[in-house]
Design a protein around this ligand. Structure first.
Ligand code: KG4
Ligand code: ZN
Length: 340
């Protein structure tokens, strides 16, 4: 099916953000007509982490309003939408059900195709919202639920070459922040405190650092922080020094593991010139990590691409762009598709 202008409404509700976006592709030009995001941080911060039942209820409370807001922002009537895409997994089931049912309902009523999107594919393709990028490229996805290197060979052909064997990186930030009695989400808090502390104060472990692969492990690091916290008074100075030491440890781990991943990736491709690495997920907002990765550009003759923060964290626009890629290839799903 070739159509000059394609508009897809994308719904994301797999974790603690409800988001509805409309993305348009006109020729080769991509435009985000609306990207409405409702964060649930206010609901979950009291618990220091996402409570699935509360998340599901909050998604269902706002989904219809967000659809209306997105249509208003895009100044379009629903008739102008060519397909509906929704995150169908992986994620928290209650939230996925809300988004998928809303998407299927719209698709049924509007007589448009429904397209189920894998959340990770959304992150992998989010860069296309802002940059033209040719396949293949390497993806480093670092979020609250995922930490992985994936080779994006071409559309619908993805190979994971590295992952975490325990906690996700965002989870490590959040858990460390909780130990230090900092706010939620922990990543931005740690980053803020780290700027004010001594990064050499505590010598923290770097699990798997000497293994010549691109797998991660963060559980031992978190336990080490917990042990040091138990032996110290949690003063402001302590929080700053521990945040700085934690941030520095993460920067070093990311540097070494990304170097390994790039080398592994290069062995699989013909053109090794200026390879591209897309860094996505909420943790990609971290400036310390960005600076650490930038240092690799000259060493490895590569280029790191960072989507804008609003497209790094969970958003409907990445689900809509993945929907457009599928729409162009007639890859639709039946209305009995089950979220996973
Ligand atoms: O991608 P995301 O919004 O949601 C999913 O997990 O899918 O990522 C949220 C995670 C949280 O763990 C949060 O602490 C972390 O991203 N994060 C950061 C920063 N901003 C958000 N971690 C480190 N530094 C940051 N500046
Ligand atoms: Zn995500």
């Amino acid at each position: 099916m070739t159509k000059k202008i394609i508009r897809v409404l994308g719904i994301e509700s797999s974790c603690d953000e409800t988001s509805v976006s409309i993305v348009e592709k006109s020729g080769e030009k991509i435009r985000v007509l609306a990207n409405i995001v409702k964060s649930q941080i206010d609901i979950h911060q009291y618990y220091g982490g996402v409570v699935p039942e509360l998340a599901a209820r909050a998604h269902s409370d706002v989904i219809d309003k967000l659809i209306r807001l997105a249509m208003d922002k895009a100044k379009l009537s629903l008739k102008k939408i060519d397909a509906i895409s929704a995150t169908a997994g992986p994620g928290l089931m209650g939230g996925l059900l809300v988004g998928v049912v809303a998407g299927k309902t719209l698709a049924y009523v509007l007589k448009r195709p429904f397209i189920a999107i894998n959340h990770l594919e959304g992150h992998a393709l989010s860069i296309k919202l802002e940059s033209e990028i040719d396949y293949p490229y390497l993806l480093l996805l670092v979020s609250g639920g995922h930490t992985e290197f994936t080779v994006i060979k071409k559309f619908n052909s993805y190979k994971r070459i590295g992952t975490t064997i325990d906690d996700a990186l965002g989870e490590a930030f959040d858990k460390t922040a909780r130990l230090l009695k900092l706010g939620y989400p922990g990543g931005p808090e740690i980053e803020k405190y780290a700027k004010l502390g001594d990064k050499n104060k505590f010598n923290l472990p770097k699990p798997l650092i000497n293994e010549k692969n691109c797998h991660f492990s963060f559980a031992g690091l978190k336990s080490s922080v917990a042990n040091i916290v138990a032996e110290n008074r949690c003063t402001e100075k302590f929080k700053k020094d521990m945040s700085a030491s934690f941030q520095e440890t993460i920067n070093q781990i990311i540097f070494v593991k990304s170097k390994n991943a790039i080398q592994e990736y290069k062995r699989t491709i013909k053109n090794k010139d200026k390879i591209k690495i897309v860094v996505a997920g909420g943790v990609a907002a971290n400036q310390g990590i960005r600076n650490s990765l930038k240092k690799l550009e000259e060493i490895e003759n590569c280029e790191f691409l960072f989507p804008s923060i609003k497209y790094c964290t969970d958003n409907g626009a990445m689900i809509a762009i993945a929907g457009i890629e599928r729409f162009e290839r007639n890859k639709f799903n039946k209305l009995n598709f089950k979220p996973r």
